[in-house]
Design a protein around this ligand. Sequence first.
Ligand code: SF4
Length: 253
Amino acid sequence: MNRPSIKSRKATLEDVNYSFVRMSGNTKTGFMPAGYSSFLTCWPGCTFGKHGACYGKGGHCQMHMHKVTSQARGITFAEYCDQISILPDFITYRPMVAGDLPGLAGKIDEGQMLALIAANKNRRMPGTKNPIGYSHAPVLASQAPFAADNARLIALANKEGFTVNLSADTAAQADDLVDLGIGPVVCVLPKDAPRKSLTPKGRKILGCPAVFAGLTCETCRLCAKPTRRFIVGFPAHGMRAKIADKIARGILV
Ligand code: SF4
């Protein structure tokens, strides 16, 4: 089998593998189903990827992600959608634990995004499951020529109940993302940030309750709400806290 390099610039959508764990659990998320997308989905301009601070490139997640990306492990996109579609109605789950929305190099594929939105709808009654999704795909005009298309698809996903939180590197960038009006926004904070703070434009940032109040995503679910009006902030932490702290302060871009 021809296994693509994770740095391949010639990858096609067929080279993009996924994985889905029916019940995953760690101290932050609590127990819930979890999905992973190949590193081929990630935008090369991602600040965390550029500076070696990507969450998916550390610890056990890194080993799993390299196997998924090289197609030594994992499932196709169609199988990934099947896994989501058979989840119980209204369940909370965590797609894109690492990797990004379906597509290549940060450009969201419209057909696959529509399929994912459809898979997320409940089968037996109106409504959707409750995904806690985050994306670093570029949506600002300054980031990529295809940003407007990404923004349109993310707006649609949030409108249709497939929650995609826009991930900002700084509080100032969080303002830019909120201004787009296409979905809820999260941002990285300096490691010593208080529980409540404000963006440069005066918008409220609430520190993640998993960090500040001992909750888990399973019990909190703030990031599953596509209409959430305030920003959720994550203080720099973990193995690469120093780098993340510099990104949050705008020292690394
Ligand atoms: S705000 Fe809540 S749902 Fe979001 S990451 Fe923190 S604990 Fe999880």
